[in-house]
Design a protein around this ligand. Structure first.
Ligand SMILES: [Mg+2]
Length: 232
């Protein structure tokens, strides 16, 4: 049989992005601590830092103490401030050959709400959950699968690795310590960081492109040559 003489279409590039603090200005977890949770809770975060709880367990335990009515919780979700130009940015990225997937160690309950309200449909790898008044935000680990992580729920680095194994150009954007492994896998010209991730990469002597708003990541990737120089 003759081989198809047409060249294979070029593989689309892949932007793997964190959600809380990256696609949004603020983390749901931090807003919840400030506005929804009593101050006398056990120090789950300290237990996580000491290795007594996983990151997933610490978040799950905090979220389970939320007792506000759902409207109040949704108000806090909206104050996370999703990137206002998201739909437009995704169109520009799509046109430039980039697919986008969200990886989050937070909860898909608020992620799906914000993405749906923005009218965008993105693959989301996160921890499933639901809000039940009286029981709080119930976050569960994702089902077993290639991107399951006992520590975070979702193996962000695994999502990056799969894209690389497929021979795709992969970029990563994040803002937190749990983003480090994924960020280290991509070249510095495609590694976008702010917040704790930026500080950790700087301490490790690793280059990255700083950003303040997610639209800057989209702009840099959709227009190669503009703003894609790494800093050290
Ligand atoms: Mg984050």
């Amino acid at each position: 049989m003759d081989q198809d003489p047409r060249p294979a279409p070029p593989r689309r590039s892949l932007l793997v992005t964190d959600f809380d603090g990256t696609l949004t200005r603020h983390d749901f977890y931090q807003l919840a601590i400030q506005e929804l949770l009593p101050t006398d809770l056990p120090d789950y975060w300290g237990d996580y830092r000491a290795g007594r709880l996983t990151h997933f367990e610490a978040l799950r335990d905090y979220f389970s103490h939320i007792r506000a009515d759902e409207a109040t919780v949704l108000d806090v979700v909206h104050r996370m401030q999703l990137e206002p130009r998201l739909a437009e940015c995704l169109k520009e990225l799509d046109g430039a050959g980039w697919d986008v997937v969200v990886t989050s160690a937070g909860c898909s309950w608020y992620i799906e709400i914000l993405l749906a309200e923005a009218g965008v449909d993105l693959p989301v790898y996160s921890n499933p959950g639901r809000y039940e008044e009286g029981r709080g935000l119930i976050m569960e680990p994702p089902p077993p699968g290639p991107f399951f992580s006992r520590e975070l729920g979702v193996d962000k680095a695994g999502v990056v690795r799969k894209g690389l194994e497929e021979g795709r150009r992969v970029a990563f954007a994040g803002d937190g310590f749990p983003d480090q492994e994924a960020a280290r896998l991509v070249p510095e010209s495609l590694r976008f960081a702010r917040g704790d991730l930026a500080r950790a990469l700087t301490e490790g002597g690793l280059g990255f492109i700083p950003f303040d708003r997610w639209s800057e990541v989209a702009r840099a990737l959709a227009a190669p040559g503009r703003g894609t120089e790494a800093v050290l």
